[in-house]
Design a protein around this ligand. Structure first.
Ligand code: ADP
Length: 479
């Protein structure tokens, strides 16, 4: 195997990339130590080795971050859109310049294959900043004749599956509309958000416009209960999303929630089967299945079931699981020990529920957190593996005969974030995009993202949209 990106011999080495051994909080344009001196470690899930110490923000730090953001608001919001846009363009360009470094850090800290960080996450993060930089001076054209204002300070809390990309989704539209922000990354993947803080500093943004604080769920709860932010933006689990919703109602704040999913990926018998099999693989095994819109429920029309299953298993046998720094790797490390335990609980549960498990024979590294690509057949609609979000490389397969049957089965879930449809017939695509209760429906493709398209869910998958011009609306108030 080629090892161009291999840092596994010395993953903490600063010879290729610049990492500090200890990170403080980025508040008011300065790096400060946490007020009570608390830190936690971030480690590489592929090696279990510590990478750096990260500040654990407590109440005083959260107060300081919101104070800085509040203080910066008047100045930032009164800049012209064109001026704000220049700063955001600068952030986008610096991310591009440092994209290799960002990709390596993202894969080290989170476990995702370097090919994905390098070709998808980091370029898309830069694209989001470019896209919203372009809107900053055109808000009057987006919302013609409407009087609008930025909301104020936004509290933004992001998950560990797409760390830099989620930071970009949150920060870019907020800044374009004239808001200031306090953002907290997830505790297992703080590093690229902290690198982004360095970029923001380099881009010369006025102090306090973007504040990045690190910590755990308790830090997040302090943020959402704080009186200063006028907007809460959250991506993460449905369980935490519900708590954040309550905090928003109690505090009279605007809120956007992007939560879990259990997407149906539907293969009709007239679909291009080989392409569909690639779409199934990408739908569920991309980023180890740590994807809220993952195609984790596969529905195959009965007449092509044997063919699809045989081809799918053959393709699964060819997937390379292992070192995230190897550009040939398809499935990297599971993000954390806790997440691996959750996935393993579901693997056991699936078998107990009577489903049949298939995993290819492959060797897993001794150290680190790993899960083989997995599929379950003989799955009943009521099985928990078909109902609950696993957030791992685990696919539950069911069959169907008619379009009505598959629509009913696909919609029979508390979630409504995304879906996939594979067919040769445009009429079926139009029917399904109308009748599936999912925020995003991909046709003959899967997991395609673009800053211009709105993304978000229905039901327990949350509400509000990010991306596109819908993403601007979430950071403005209209008279
Ligand atoms: P997961 O279960 O996949 O780890 P979470 O929803 O717990 O996802 O985490 C997503 C983000 O929410 C992380 O940044 C985490 O620190 C934060 N978080 C966790 N609990 C809370 C809470 N009670 N209030 C606010 N933020 C929280």
């Amino acid at each position: 195997m080629t090892k161009d990106w291999n840092l596994s011999a010395a993953p903490e080495s600063t010879s290729h990339i610049q990492l500090q051994s200890e990170y403080g909080l980025f508040i008011g344009g300065k790096w400060i130590k946490p007020s009570d001196g608390s830190y936690f470690d971030t480690s590489n899930p592929a090696t279990e080795k510590r990478i750096a110490s990260i500040a654990l923000a407590g109440k005083k730090d959260v107060d300081a971050a919101f104070k800085a953001a509040d203080h910066a608001f008047d100045g930032w919001s009164s800049l012209s859109g064109a001026e704000r846009g220049k700063y955001i363009f600068r952030i986008a360009r610096i991310i591009q310049e440092k994209s290799r470094e960002f990709a390596v850090i993202e894969s080290m800290d989170g476990g995702k294959p370097i090919r994905e960080s390098r070709d998808i996450d980091i370029p898309l993060a830069a694209a989001h900043f470019f896209y919203y930089a372009g809107w900053a001076d055109k808000l009057d054209y987006v919302f013609p004749g409407r009087k609008m204002r930025p909301l104020g300070v936004a509290a933004q809390i992001i998950p560990w599956n797409f760390p830099l990309l989620m930071a970009a989704w949150k920060i870019a539209p907020a800044l374009a509309c004239g808001n200031t922000v306090v953002l907290k990354p997830a505790e297992t993947t703080s590093l690229t958000a902290l690198k982004l803080a360095e970029v923001i500093d380099e881009a010369g943004l006025p102090p306090g416009v973007v504040n990045i604080i690190t910590g755990d769920g308790a830090t997040g709860a302090l943020m959402t209960a704080h009186p200063t932010p006028k907007k809460l933006a959250f991506t993460g689990s449905t369980e935490v999303g519900k708590q954040i919703y309550k905090a928003a109602i109690q505090g009279g704040k605007k809120v956007t929630l992007e939560l879990g999913g259990k997407a149906a990926n539907i293969i009709f018998d007239d679909a291009p089967i080989d392409a569909a099999v690639e779409g199934i693989i990408n739908g569920i095994y991309f980023n180890q299945g740590h994807v809220c819109c993952a195609g984790s429920r596969l529905f195959v029309q009965e007449t092509v079931y044997d063919e699809v299953l045989a081809k799918l298993k053959r393709r699964m046998d060819s997937l390379i699981v292992g070192d995230p720094m190897d550009k040939n790797t398809d499935i990297g490390a599971i993000n954390s020990k806790a997440q691996l335990k959750t996935i393993e609980r579901y693997l056991k549960l699936g078998s107990e529920e009577g489903a049949e498990i298939y995993q290819p024979a492959c060797n897993l590294p001794e150290k680190g957190y790993w899960c083989k690509p997995t599929l379950f057949t003989n799955v009943a609609q009521s099985n928990r593996i078909a109902q609950e979000e696993i957030f791992g490389p685990v696919l539950a397969i069911q069959t169907f005969r008619t379009i009505e049957e598959v629509i009913e089965k696909a919609n029979n879930t508390p979630y409504g974030l995304s879906a996939g449809v594979w067919t040769d017939k445009g009429s079926k695509i139009f029917q399904l995009t109308k009748e599936l209760k999912a925020g995003v429906v991909w046709a003959n493709t899967y997991n395609k993202f673009d800053p211009t398209s709105p993304f978000g869910g229905f039901k327990e998958s949350g509400f509000g949209r990010e991306g596109g011009i819908h993403g601007l609306e979430a950071y403005l108030s209209f008279d």
